[in-house]
Structure formats: C-alpha cells, structure tokens
Design a binder for this molecule. Structure first.
Ligand code: AN0
Ligand code: CP
Length: 320
C-alpha cells in the first residue's frame, strides 16, 4: 500500500479485519518494521483520538513519531497557488510539503473541509498536494471528504459486536450547533457499502449526502421507521451537501436526538459515535452511558485501524 485515503486503498475488507484482530492480540509483533523509520503527523485541525491513537500505533510498530500542529508554532501556510503573499501567510504549502517529506518516511494529514467552496473541498486539494509533493506515502487522518481510519475502526467494532451475519446498521443525522463536515458520514457510508450489511441512512430533508458515497444505501426520512429493528445505531451530525446550502446548518431540531425511547425501537441496538460528541444534542446522557454504548471501545479501535494501515505502508516501503 502506498497511500490510504479511502476504502479503495485497503483491498479486501475481510482480510483487513482479520489483520486488525491479529494486531489486537499482539500489537507489538512488528516492531522491527518501523525501526529507524519516522512518521510525521500533520494537523491543520484539532484532534484528541486521531493524534493519540495514530501516534500510539506508529510507536507500537517501532517508529519514531513527529507531530506538527500547523496552527500552533508553524508559519501560517498559503494553500492557493498564484497568490501574492503580502498578507499574514509567511510560507507556501508548496515549499512546506516537500520540506516535511524530507524529514520522514510516511506522512499522516488532517485537513478538514473549509465548507465554503464545495468543489475545492471535494477535489481534496490539501491531501492531494501532500500526495503529489511530499514524495512519501500519505495517509488521511480525516481529509475534506473522508475519515477512513475512523470508518475502519467502526467496521472492526461492528465485527466484534455483531451477533448476526448481516446486521442492520442505521446511520442517523442528529443535531449540532455548528456546521460540521460530511467526511465522517461519507466515509462510514462508503465502508458500509463495501460490506454485505443492511445499511440505512436517515436524515431530515435537505441533508442528502453525495451519492458517490451513499451508493445503494436505503435513505429513509422518517428516523423512527429507519431505527426499527436496527442492530447498530451510528449517530453523526453533518452540514448540508446539496447545492447552495453546502456547508450550512439547516436544522438544529432536537427531536432527532438519539434518546432511550428511540433506542427502544431497535433490536436492542448498540450505540456508536466517532466522538467528540455533544451530549443531549446528538445523544442523551442515558444512551451514551448505557451498557449498549460502544463509544469507548470504538475509540480504542482507532489504535488498531491505524496500526494496520501504518503497517501496510511500511511493508510497501520495504518492498520498494
Ligand atoms: C469533526 C467532524 O465532524 O468531522 C471531527 C470528527 C472526528 N467533528 C467536530 O468538528 C466536532
Ligand atoms: N474521532 C476522531 O477522529 O476524533 P478526534 O477528532 O479527536 O481525532
């Protein structure tokens, strides 16, 4: 593997999950792979889980790790080519990227959607520049349109907890005060569509996601109907994708919050969320604290998904 930005880079999902289970049993089995190799983790946005779990995964593989918060201590970066740089940005990303690449063997990048220019976001301009100019294998730690390390951890979590071969997984929009990217729901949909699960998406009208991600999923505007018989409820907020509403908050309707009464419509479903979560907006205290809540094991599996991905990138380097 020489990059990881979507489900398409991971190949056979059954093999990837089997590898994840192997790594979970012994996460220090491959320390020789990363010896004298350096991972650089570059953050344009905040993070708790991704920063810690990815760093831990790289250390489990014997790597050295450097973390750069672009907004704290680095020069402000210009990302558009052709700009006269007479403003507050001291350095261009076109120099910064190859310089970063010269200090490491693999690069992880977190660069969220700006939510102003849909075309720029959906062209994945930032991470694609890292792929083009760093000279290193690049992996996504949430880019503008996808969060594949999260979706892989979500898949591992479902595989660990499912009690039916073909569980019903329901992804539900839920309210949030701010405009959030579509990366997590896009990516989750893309990974669920690569499984043979029954997959349903529910959201208020106007919150339709890009069909390239939702694929053959059933879209159900009635949240209660969608939740009937669910085995897993995956809650997430996102801002609008469609047309002129791109990046906008169209609703903060708390009748969409996942509460105990909603969960009672399901088949004793597990509750999932990628975190960070706004309690009593997305989900009630009662549901997130219930014994069916998987949010903590789901976050713990971020270390495992990252370790499989970094392991494969290292194997790719060794095969060069
Ligand atoms: C981010 C998002 O929705 O993309 C990160 C989630 C992992 N969430 C927030 O900004 C709250
Ligand atoms: N789920 C997730 O990616 O969390 P962070 O934003 O804290 O990294």
């Amino acid at each position: 593997m020489n990059k990881f930005t979507s489900v398409n880079d991971i190949g056979d999902l059954k093999r990837a999950v089997a590898e994840a289970f192997e790594i979970k049993k012994n996460r220090f089995a491959h320390t020789a792979l990363g010896k004298n190799r350096t991972a650089m983790l570059v953050f344009f946005n905040s993070s708790l889980r991704t920063r810690l779990s990815t760093q831990k995964a790289a250390m489990n593989l014997g790597m050295n790790v450097m973390v750069l918060d672009v907004n704290q201590g680095a020069w402000k970066l210009e990302t558009e080519r052709g700009v006269v740089m007479d403003g507050d940005k001291a350095e261009h990303i076109l120099e910064a990227i190859p310089v970063m690449g010269s200090y490491c063997d693999i690069i992880g990048v977190r660069a969220f959607a700006g939510l102003k220019d849909r075309q720029a976001d959906y062209e994945e301009r930032i991470i694609n520049q890292f792929i083009e100019y760093s000279g290193r294998p690049v992996f996504s730690m949430e880019a503008a349109t996808r969060h594949p390390l999260q979706s892989f951890a979500d898949l591992i979590t479902i595989e660990e907890h499912k009690t039916k071969p073909r569980p019903k997984v329901v992804m539900s929009w839920a309210p949030h005060p701010n405009a959030l990217p579509q990366a997590v729901p896009n990516s989750f949909a893309e990974w669920m569509n690569a499984t043979d699960y029954e997959f349903v998406i529910t959201h208020p009208e106007g919150y339709e996601l890009d069909p390239q991600f939702t694929g053959h999923a059933r879209i159900e505007y009635d949240q209660r109907k969608a939740l009937e018989g669910a085995d897993f409820v995956y809650a997430k907020n996102w801002s609008a994708y469609a047309g002129d509403n791109y990046g906008k908050v169209l609703s903060r309707d708390r009748s969409w919050t996942i509460d105990a009464e909603k969960m009672s419509l399901t088949d004793n479903a597990f509750f999932m969320h990628c975190l960070p979560v706004r309690r009593n907006m997305i989900v009630t205290d009662e549901v997130i604290e219930s014994e069916r809540s998987l949010v903590i094991p789901e976050a713990a599996n971020r270390e495992i998904s990252a370790e499989v991905v970094i392991k494969r990138l290292l194997e790719g380097l060794n095969n060069e």
